[in-house]
Design a protein around this ligand. Structure first.
Ligand code: PHB
Length: 391
């Protein structure tokens, strides 16, 4: 049964959607609701995306196609019910024409029905489970998909004589995507997964799982943890002495996240990972991005989440240019389909068929450069589509 509040919410969303076609065009301001985990275990994702969105607007101005852009930032603390409530309030009370952010998969999924009902674009700047874009025709993703990364590191491990690997992932949707796509690519390349473990998302304690890894004696340990959780893993990995065990550490780029990599210490040196973004990506566009980001945020290094936010703003700006400032949600999503441009991470495209991101995925090795740890690229798979969509 619907509660009175739910019925009010649905009616209000329907009204908001109905009004958007005529009113949006006439208004001078286009509001964007940016919903991020600014507190809680994923706060680094919120901090990174917020900083990148501010940088984009400082560089490109707060007016596009004759419309003033106003970003309203809300903290969902990583709690899905809060994300849903904030999305609803932003659309109904504040009149936002776009919702954006979404630091974790459950948060992106919670907002999907709201986006569909209100016909408001949902720009996923962070979350990475394959299925997300299929949950609403109004979702456009500018981050990554976990299968893109897990498949590429799995292929590398298969080709590079790893032989036997143990898989350790966080126990929620993107972790299961990582486990599946790593295993698929690795076994196709002749590798064998000799053990699998899933660690709870809430208050993770890796120690008992790391003991299992040590006992299994694989040649490599494959790891997926979401951004913000790598520091706990790194501490326990070293405490358990796994850095001295000869077991090679391989991962999606979520573990050696630029936001925390230096805290990892020397145990990270040599770690091989796959990811669409490294702060050390050697393009001119990225050098300028990192310099500008660090000038505006002196104690931060931009990570892969930051470019999801930066490029997400570019997608919104370019779509508004194409519609001549019309913020009707259906028109904006149509205008976003097929957008293709140079990001700090390299060339990216919004797949017109899936609204998901197509991008290069780089192979990287952690190295010390002038005393600091960086993910140094040594290979790339160009223009990877989400492999999760093809099955
Ligand atoms: C997700 O919840 O989809 C997610 C979050 C952080 C990551 C990767 C995936 O680093």
């Amino acid at each position: 049964m619907f509660t009175r509040r739910a019925i009010f919410g649905i009616c209000a969303l329907a009204l908001a959607a109905g009004a958007s076609g005529t009113q949006a065009f006439a208004e001078d301001t286009v509001k964007i609701g940016l919903i991020l985990p600014m507190t809680g275990p994923s706060a680094s994702t919120g901090r990174q995306i917020d900083a990148a969105v501010k940088l984009y607007m400082a560089q490109n101005g707060a007016t596009v196609a004759g419309k003033k852009i106003e970003v309203i930032v809300k903290d969902d603390a990583g709690v899905a019910d809060t994300t849903k409530r904030l999305a609803q309030e932003l659309i109904v009370n504040d009149g936002v024409k776009v919702i954006a952010g979404f630091g974790l998969t459950p948060l992106a999924l919670a907002a999907a029905p709201i986006a569909t009902q209100a016909k408001v674009p949902e720009i996923v700047m962070a979350a990475g489970t394959s299925i997300i874009t299929e949950r609403s025709p109004f979702i456009v993703r500018t981050s990554f998909t976990v299968p893109q990364k897990a498949m590429v590191i799995g292929q590398w491990a298969g080709k590079n004589g790893i032989g036997k690997a143990f898989s350790l992932v966080t126990d929620y949707a993107p972790g299961l995507d990582a486990e599946k796509w790593f295993k698929d690519a690795f076994t196709k390349g002749g590798g064998q997964v000799i053990g699998e473990a899933r660690v709870p998302l809430a208050n993770p304690d890796f120690s008992p799982f790391l003991q299992r890894v040590a006992d299994a004696k694989p040649n490599a340990l494959f790891v997926f943890v979401p951004s913000g959780f790598g520091a706990i893993f790194a501490k326990q990995f070293v405490e358990r002495g796994l850095d001295k065990s000869g077991i090679k550490l391989i991962a999606t780029g979520d573990l050696p996240d630029d936001d925390i990599l230096n805290g990892f210490g020397d145990a990270a040196v040599g770690l091989i990972s796959a990811d669409p973004y490294s702060a050390a990506h050697p393009s001119e566009k990225n050098k300028a991005y990192v310099a500008a980001f660090q000038k505006a945020n002196p104690n931060m290094r931009p990570n892969f989440m930051s470019v999801g936010g930066y490029d997400g703003m570019h997608v919104i700006y370019e779509a508004l240019k194409k519609t001549g400032g019309d913020a009707d949600g259906t028109k904006l999503v149509e205008a976003m389909k097929g957008l293709s441009f140079e990001s700090p991470r390299g060339p990216i495209t919004i797949d017109p068929a899936t609204r998901d991101i197509i991008q290069n995925v780089y192979l990287r090795k952690v190295e010390k450069v002038n005393g600091a740890l960086y993910n140094i690229e040594f290979g790339a798979i160009d223009q990877v589509k989400d492999p999760g969509k093809s099955q």
